[in-house]
Design a protein around this ligand. Structure first.
Ligand code: GLU
Length: 422
């Protein structure tokens, strides 16, 4: 029988996040028992959901909700719909949410959910029935003070609206703050849709200042053109950066002179893909990551930059719009190459930060202007970047290790104050 070498095994994302944690934890003087406690998953639930399909008959879908931590507040994190969703991935993403919320210092723990499905092959009706069944089956887990979902890969405002409605129908009253990333008409926050992209821009601006680089005229490559990738392209284009390549699941496009981003956004709205955009060359996702540029922004899925391609990465700043795009082995290679990595738990935290604002506004029943949202977002992201940079310079560690150190310290501070209930 063909023997699988350990190097050929698929990379466990949960293992990756634990390696990142350990790398930071060993530099902090914290009792092992406490570290074990905050590192472990609080609760993981797997469910099987029957959904009535349009052509008749039922189809079963496997879904998950993982609550990694509730130490700093209700657990918070998105729900993704993707064929590759599995428990290992959702556990990792839930843990990253804990550390992300702590890095930006918002009062949440971490969670993540997902359903293994291909939404591009499902009708609106099928998606609605799947979403409502998922919410109803997990209803005890959710609640404004308990666990608050949000959008993630392939989920959107409409799906959040169905979650809010399903939860509210069971509660017998409208509960807006049970989910964030909702349509603005029903309690969503202005600026939420743009928030992750804005956050990426804010952190890259801070990094550029630190590295004495200028955004105007810089070359940018973006992998992924969903909510995060497309918004990021727009904001960097507005700053005068040159977006030279972007990609989505169908393929990539490249033009060394820069893409016309406003036209590209119109094109994608119609064609649902970047592929075939005029005056560009096709490029595959692997080659795209290896393009020479000033700023590389992976904004798709995990494990994109690994030990197999890290030595071919030719960027000055790697800004992680996605969660977990870089493996720990790749991190070491990037360190040697002196690539400045803005880690996911800092770089893409703008989304959950405005989710926090949405939750606050829903609970107050009082809504802020977009300017108020953006100003508060800028303050939080800038402060988080500075906290992490300071830690990085003080301990002579890279930004990922520093971000984890900041986050772990914040969670441990709360554990110490709360004590362990026996
Ligand atoms: N899914 C986003 C993330 O990975 C947002 C989570 C949220 O807003 O709760 O950060």
């Amino acid at each position: 029988m063909h023997k699988i070498k350990s190097a050929d095994l698929p990379i466990s994302v949960f293992e990756n996040v634990q390696i990142q944690f350990d790398e930071a934890a060993k530099r902090l003087n914290i009792e092992t028992g406490i570290l074990e406690l905050i590192k472990s998953t609080k609760r993981a639930v797997e469910i099987n959901l029957p959904v009535e399909m349009d052509r008749g008959g039922l189809k079963m879908f496997t879904g998950y909700r993982v609550q990694h931590s509730i130490i700093r507040g209700p657990s918070k994190g998105g729900i993704r719909y993707h064929p590759d969703v599995n428990l290992d991935e959702i556990k990792a993403l839930a843990a990253w949410m804990t550390w992300k919320c702590a890095v930006v210092n918002i009062p949440f723990g971490g969670a993540k959910g997902g359903v293994a499905c291909d939404p591009s092959k499902m009708s609106q009706g099928e998606l609605e029935r799947l979403t409502r069944r998922y919410t109803a089956d997990l209803i005890e887990l959710f609640g404004p003070e308990v666990d608050v979902p949000a959008p993630d890969v392939n989920t959107n405002e409409q799906i959040m609206a169905w979650i809010m409605d399903t939860y509210s129908m069971h509660a017998r009253h409208t509960v807006r703050s049970v989910v964030t990333g909702k349509p603005v008409e029903m309690g969503g926050s202005l600026g939420r849709r743009e928030a992750t992209g804005k956050g990426v821009l804010i952190t890259v601006k801070e990094a550029a200042k630190h590295l004495h680089m200028h955004l105007s005229g810089s070359t940018v490559v973006i992998q992924g053109f969903g909510n995060v990738g497309s918004m990021t392209a727009k904001f960097f284009n507005d700053e005068g950066s040159k977006i030279i390549a972007v990609s989505d699941v169908y393929g990539g496009i490249y033009n060394s002179k820069g893409l016309d981003v406003p036209k590209l956004l119109e094109y994608v709205a119609k064609k649902k893909s970047v592929v075939g955009f005029p005056k560009t060359h096709p490029i595959n996702n692997q080659k795209l990551l290896e393009l020479e540029c000033d700023i590389l922004i992976p904004a798709a899925l995990e494990n994109q930059i690994t030990k197999a391609n890290a030595h071919r990465i030719k960027t000055k700043i790697l800004a992680e719009g996605a969660n977990g795009p870089t493996t720990p082995e790749a991190d070491k290679i990037l360190d040697k190459k002196k690539v400045f990595v803005i880690p996911d738990i800092l770089c893409n935290a703008g989304g959950v930060t405005v989710s926090y604002f949405e939750w606050v506004q829903d609970r107050m029943g009082y809504y802020w202007t977009e300017d108020e949202v953006n100003e508060r977002l800028e303050n939080i992201m800038t402060k988080a970047f500075q906290d992490v940079l300071e830690m990085s310079l003080k301990h002579k560690v890279n930004m990922r290790v520093a971000a984890f150190m900041v986050a772990i310290k914040r969670v441990v501070d709360v554990i110490k104050l709360r004590g362990i209930y026996a």
